[in-house]
Every structure is written in C-alpha cells, then in structure tokens.
Design a protein around this ligand. Structure first.
Ligand code: SAM
Length: 239
C-alpha cells in the first residue's frame, strides 16, 4: 500500500541530490576521497539550478527515459512507477548506464509512487514541459474508469503542473482507451491538439512507439496504436 513508500511533502521536498547526484552533489558525495559521484570520476560538476521538466507517468521498465536522456542531456526527467520491483529495476538500469557512460544518464531518475495521488507533491505550478502516458493500463470496466491515469479530473492537475506550451503525449494499443484519452483531452479547456505538422517535427513523437518496452512489444506483434498529443494552452484573459 501507499504507506510503504515515502512521499515528498511538497515539490521543494523532492530530494534532487538523491535523484541527480552529479548535478546536485550532497556533502556526502563531495566527501568521497576519489571525487567519484555515482560512477563519474574526476568530472567537473556542472552547476544545475533547473527543476525536473519531463515526467514519464507509469514508466514501466524505463525505456523512454533512457532514450530521452541523451536526446535532452541538459533536461532533468523522472519516471513515476507504482510497482516496487519494476522501480528497483529501473534504478539499477540507470546506475549501470551511469557507470558505463561517464557523464551521461545523470539527468534521469525514477521514484516509486502513485502518480494518481501525488503529482502535486512532486511538481509545482507550471514546472513541467512534457508529460508522458505511454501504454497505460486500460481498466476496461466502466466502474474502473476512475482508475485511468487520464481523466477530466486528473487533467486539471496535469494542466496545473504543465507550463503554457507544455505537451502531454499519450499512446495506447487499446482503441477504446485511445478514444477515451483523446476525448478527455479534447473536452478540456486548457488543452488543444498538436497539429500534424508539429508532430512530424517533434523528435519525441517517434519514440512513443519505439522506445518503451510495451511499445516494442506492440510493434513486434504488428499491433495498431492510438496516439493523442495535446498542448497546454494559456487561459484566455478575462476582460
Ligand atoms: N509506459 C511503460 C511502457 O510503455 O512500456 C509501461 C506501460 S505498463 C502497461 C503501465 C505501467 O504503469 C505499469 O508499470 C504500472 O505499474 C504503472 N502504473 C499503473 N498505475 C500507476 C500509478 N497510479 N502510478 C504510477 N504508475 C502506475
């Protein structure tokens, strides 16, 4: 249950030195005799005042984060994942990548948490520029629709944490869920569909089907996917 994992009280309680020790060394890290920080030897420590900007909600085994890490090396990103063992796997995966590739993969991390409850504990208003919902659990039965990670109510929270111009990426191989996610986004006053021309220019869009473990499985089986990519718009000024 939720009591088994710590939850940050507010976004300023998220421990960046734990997630990104290369960018936010703690006193302990710097005290290391060899100057090693999580497998980075003798590297100059860059100053990073930035906050987390991308979140992969229900990141699973972390394939998207791993692909994004080198595409956006100066952007901090995090995966939120409910399953303990899967989260531990992703942590190990990231640590191994950091050791094998000094100076790289320092900008990605993962936390075990329930994204449906705790998004506002992690991110402040307008903090995020991208949110990913790739192949979320479908929850087919009508009575379980409230468990879906995209819903009118949760979109209010996502709109709050996204900056104006920030983007929500969703994709699924379940047609009914694809229709549901699109209609929730379409019906929300603070989101508008990203036009096809912009989707083609966005390097991230190609990763939606190719980078995650679930996406690769669907591609191997020749399954169809249903994508909805929406932009957070600024609210209209009221006269
Ligand atoms: N996005 C990954 C991919 O494309 O490979 C994983 C997709 S998997 C079908 C859905 C993931 O969402 C699972 O790993 C599940 O544990 C996670 N999940 C479900 N509900 C969640 C929640 N409320 N908070 C965080 N993660 C959740």
């Amino acid at each position: 249950s939720d009591s088994h994992f710590p939850v940050p009280l507010t976004p300023s309680h998220v421990d960046y030195s734990l997630h990104y020790p290369y960018f936010f060394p703690s006193d302990q890290d710097t005290a290391d005799d060899n100057g090693d920080v999580a497998g980075v030897s003798q590297a100059p420590i860059p100053i990073c005042n930035s906050k987390i900007r991308f979140v992969d909600v229900g990141c699973g085994f972390g394939g998207l984060l791993v692909s994004l890490a080198t595409l956006f090396p100066d952007t901090l990103m995090i995966g939120m994942e409910l399953r303990d063992k899967v989260t531990e796997y992703v942590k190990e995966r990231i640590l191994a990548l950091r050791v094998a590739n000094p100076g790289q993969y320092q900008n990605i991390s993962v936390d075990r948490t329930n994204s449906m409850k705790y998004i506002p504990n992690y991110f402040s208003k307008g903090q995020l520029s991208k949110m990913f919902f790739l192949f979320p659990d479908p929850h087919f039965k009508e009575k379980n629709h409230r468990r879906r990670v995209i819903s009118p109510h949760l979109l209010d929270e996502y709109a709050y944490t996204l900056e104006a111009g920030g983007i929500i990426y969703t994709i699924t191989d379940v047609e009914e869920l694809g229709d549901w996610m699109r209609s929730c986004l379409e019906g929300h006053p603070l989101f508008e569909a990203v036009v096809e021309e912009d989707l083609e220019k966005d390097p991230v869009v190609k990763l939606l089907t190719s980078a995650t473990e679930e996406g690769q499985k669907v591609a191997r089986n020749g399954g169809q996917t249903y994508r909805a990519v929406y932009k957070r718009i600024a609210p209209q000024a009221v006269d």
